[in-house]
Structures are given as C-alpha cells and as structure tokens.
Write a protein that binds this ligand. Sequence first.
Ligand code: SAH
Length: 386
Amino acid sequence: MDGKVLVIRKKNRRQHPWVFSNEIKKIEGKPKKGDSVLVYEHDNFIGSGLYNPNSLITIRIYSKIEQDLDKNFFVERITKALDVRKASFPNEQDFRLVFGESDGVPGLVLDKYQKSFALQTYTAGMDMRQNLIVEAMRDVMTVACVIEKNDFRMRDIEKLERREGVIYGTPERVIISENGTKYYVNIQEGQKTGFYYDQRITRNKVRLLSKNKNILDVFCYTGGFALNSGLGEAKSVLGIDASETAIKLSEENAGLNKLENLCKFQTADAFVFLREMFREHRRFDLIVLDPPPFFKTQKEKKRGLRGYKDINLQAMKLLTEGGILVSCTCSHYFFWQDLLDVLSQAAQDIGRSFKIIDRTTQGPDHPVLLNMPESEYLRCFFLEVY
Ligand code: SAH
C-alpha cells in the first residue's frame, strides 16, 4: 500500500466505486499515479483503491478489504469472473470475461475468443500492471495470445496514451460461437475489442422473431443480427453498415453459417440508406437499429438525441403492418426514459401506433453494479406496429 486517503462523500454515493477529486480531503504518504491506497471516510475504512491524481475520478475502489494489487488478486478475480460466465453460459466458450468495476477490477476489460484475448485498460493502475494481468490469466486458463486494444476515448480522461498491439503470444484468426452462430473475429483489425458480446440476448430474441420475415439489420457490423435472423428462418435478410471491412466480414460470416444465399450485405450510410428504401417503396417486417453511440457525454446529449430520433423515424416508416422495430442504444447517458421519449415522438410524427413487446439490455457477461449506474449502457426496445 502506497498511501492513505481520507474522503468525504455524499450519502447516496457511498457504495459507488469511484471517488472524485473533490471528495478527497487529505492524502497521507506520497502515492503516485497507478499506486494502491487505503481509503477512509472519517474513521471508517472504505476499501483499497487505485489512485490517479491526473484523473477527475481520482480513486477507484477495487476491494472492500486491505489488499495489494498483486498476481494473487488478479488470479482470484479472473477465476471468479470465469466461474460466473461458465454458470451463465454452460455451453459457451466465448464471452466478455472481465467487465471492469462490475467484476471488481476497475479499468480492465477482457474479451475471450477461444484461447485468444482482447485486453483494454482504462485506469493508470491497470495499465501499469498489464504483465501481471497476463501472468495471472495464464495461471487460470490456456492463453494463446493477448492483444491490447487501447485506442479509445476513455483513456484520454485518465491521461493515458492510446495504444494497440500484441502483448503476448501469436495472434491468429479465430472462429467463435454465440448461441450456435459462428463468427470470424479479427481482434487486431476489428472495432473495439473485435466483437460486441453485449448483444447476445437481443440477438437471440431477434432470431426467435424472424421466421418467414423480411429482415433489415442496420449498423450490422459483422452481421450479428442478420445471421441470427437467417438461422431463425427469415424469408430475406439484408444487413448494412458504413464500414466496408465490416461488410466483407459479414459476408464471410454468412458463408461460415451456410447462409450465403439468404443473408445479403451492403456498404451504406444508414441515414441515406433508410431514406432511399422509403423512396423505393421497400418495406421490411423486422428492422434492427443498433447504432454506435451518437453521444458519450451529457453535454453532447441534445444533438445526439436528434440523430437517434431521425433513424428511428426513418426505420418506423419502412415497417409493414405488424412489423417490428428493435431499437438499441449504447450511450451511457441515454436512459430508458430518453429512449422511450425519442421513440414515442418519432411514432407521433409519422402517425403510427406501436406497442412495446419486449426490452433487452446487456447480457450477464456485462454485469451492472447496482450503485454504479454508469455500468449499465445498453438498452433496446422491441416495438410492434399495431
Ligand atoms: N449490430 C452490430 C454492432 C453494431 S456497432 C453487432 O451485432 O455486432 C455499430 C456499427 O455502426 C459499426 O459497425 C459502424 O461501422 C456502423 N456505423 C457507424 N456509423 C454508421 C452510419 N452512419 N451508417 C451505417 N453504419 C454506421
């Protein structure tokens, strides 16, 4: 332990793993960026935390007891996380293995693709301990390679430089399986960590609704919803994405699942494409909208909401009678009520009635901490035209 920090927090923040700089009252010792500190409120011990004086989130609590961030810590946390995933998905090998604070490891994300792993670290403390983390992983599981995917915005907030590369082993092209759907994953070239495991539940629900329907998967990336629709015996399936690389991979994934005759893909901008489809009188029985986050901070929210309303409105116009819209958002600050408001305004504008037939969120490999609202970020509504 490298220091002791006294904090004062509002009552309703006491279980939150983040301590903001303005909650810190006194620092004893000389902790440096990335060090472990003991955190106290008055005389009460709160826990062990990761310290970063360069970040507004100055401390992230990683343990309720006094505990060093040594290899044992990581072995214990990774083992526990793996056990929880095995219990949730007894037949799966591929999932998010560690989801930061929600798994008691603030600032560490690990996605498992067979024996290959994508690693993200977004706290200084985790960043410095990458070698230790890899050692611990190898103690717990067979590890063929670990690839760092640290080119994302959250690192800027912690004043960490962006980086990507192989940190252990030799990368290879991996085939993963999710609910029986197969995907090629290219961790190095892929977006984020290579695959979006968070939509596991939504993809399965879409598969169950797809039989004999004409499906449009907008923002399809590597084809997740499209392929599930195909396996759900859809009549036709079209996936679109702005990224040519993603579309190419979607086509390969269709082949991998023997769906190349049913699932078609096209590179297109969603905002333009949806309008074109309307002009061409094309209609669909089920449309999935799974856009990237249009905003990431409260400040950008107003402008971001306009983008969401636009695509939802355009998609609603393309639905057949009885058609279904699956509308998703992965913006942290886009709460359930915001999404409901956007959807109901869009529906009113075009004069169509919908009923909510389902709603989904991130799967159990992305657990949500009750006292950390930020850990919930994925929200999807299933709306049916009636
Ligand atoms: N549905 C996917 C995940 C979508 S991620 C799955 O199941 O895996 C968001 C995707 O939106 C990315 O692939 C990105 O390339 C794409 N995208 C971003 N802006 C876009 C736009 N304007 N039009 C079409 N696609 C876009």
